[in-house]
Write a new protein. Structure first.
Length: 340
């Protein structure tokens, strides 16, 4: 993701004058953050949260809320289930937070940026008003289906590398690529990258990474080579799916996965959702760009705390708050804007 200039908070959606308490960014997690039961307590307590799940169920023509809340885990972990479940949970969290701010008489602050990690870009676009919830859950279901089907006949794989410095990445890619397609899929945090490509290259790359100084090199239990050229068929399928979907200019600047450039138009959103399937996710660059713009507080809008941990490693001085349960939402009330 990419470099940028300082962007001030835009006006809140209410006309009530307010004092900004902090410069915020919202970040949305991707696949891997799902757990059975996520969002269930929230929906039971929050009418706004419950309405999000009901709308997602209606859009999909089946209750994604059932598999989200009841599992089993093997079913929820399927790509075509996990992605809409995470999106619905993330937006339910956001709407519940806005509901709490309104009930307390506070104006919901508008973040300076919104960024999503991989599939989290869809959640980010819904949060930024660029994409409807109904279109979002339908699109990520199709995305999951296309990703699973893409690259058939070519055994895809991914591996997580821990403790390998950026200076050795070019050497790693050059060596592993002798065995097949091999790319850096995610730069998640200093010393933590994920590589993706054809299985022989990934397995060879894991061995090479250890010899280059990686503390750990773990071939992941997945069969999809996400964010690699093996996703070219999925990207073309999504291009067709996205062509018939209405996008709006985002109300808040989004940041692109591959290079952190600001995405400020509807067409930019559409292009990003095609390109990021075959390009990598540079989460380090995204967080650095947000921090360089003066943002001091990140709120993780979604299940789990994966991004919270990554951001603390990239920007140790930032305040990072996971909004993943009722207690955390109550604590976030203090970040609302106080009516004058």
């Amino acid at each position: 993701m990419q470099p940028c200039t300082v962007v001030a908070l835009s006006e809140a959606r209410t006309a009530v004058p307010f004092v900004v308490m902090s410069l915020l960014a919202f970040v949305c997690p991707g696949q891997g953050s799902q757990t059975v039961g996520m969002g269930r307590a929230l929906a039971a307590e929050s009418p706004a949260g419950a309405a999000v799940f009901a709308a997602a169920d209606e859009a999909l023509g089946e209750p994604i809320s059932d598999v989200t809340w009841e599992g089993p885990a093997e079913r929820l972990d399927l790509t075509e289930q996990a992605q809409p479940a995470i999106l619905a949970t993330s937006i339910a969290i956001l709407e519940s937070l806005r509901e709490r701010w309104a009930a307390a008489g506070l104006a919901a602050p508008t973040p300076a940026f919104i960024a999503g990690h991989s599939m989290g870009q869809y959640s980010a676009m819904v949060a930024a008003g660029a994409l409807s919830l109904a279109d979002g859950v339908r699109l990520v279901r199709e995305r999951g289906r296309l990703m699973q089907a893409s690259g058939q006949g070519r055994d895809g794989a991914m591996a997580a590398l821990i403790g390998l410095g950026d200076a050795r990445l070019a050497e790693l890619v050059a060596g592993a690529s002798e065995h097949g397609i091999f790319v850096v899929a995610n730069r998640n945090a200093p010393g933590q990258v994920v590589v993706s490509g054809e299985r022989p290259a990934i397995e060879a790359g894991a061995e090479l990474a250890r010899s280059l100084g990686a503390k750990r090199a773990i071939v992941l239990p997945v069969s999809v080579a996400a964010h690699s050229p093996l996703m070219v068929e999925a990207a073309e399928g999504m291009r067709a799916a996205l062509a018939g979907v209405a996008f709006r200019d985002p109300a808040v600047p989004l940041l692109a996965n591959a290079d952190a450039r600001p995405i400020e138009t509807a067409e930019g959103c559409r292009a990003e959702l095609v390109e990021h399937l075959t390009a990598g996710v540079d989460w380090i660059r995204i967080v650095e760009r947000i921090s360089a713009a003066g943002v001091t507080t990140f709120i993780e809008i979604g299940p789990g705390r994966v991004l919270t941990g990554l951001i603390k490693r990239i920007a140790p001085d930032a305040e990072v708050i996971p909004a993943n349960d009722l207690g955390s939402l109550d604590r976030l009330l203090s970040l609302g804007a106080v009516p004058a």
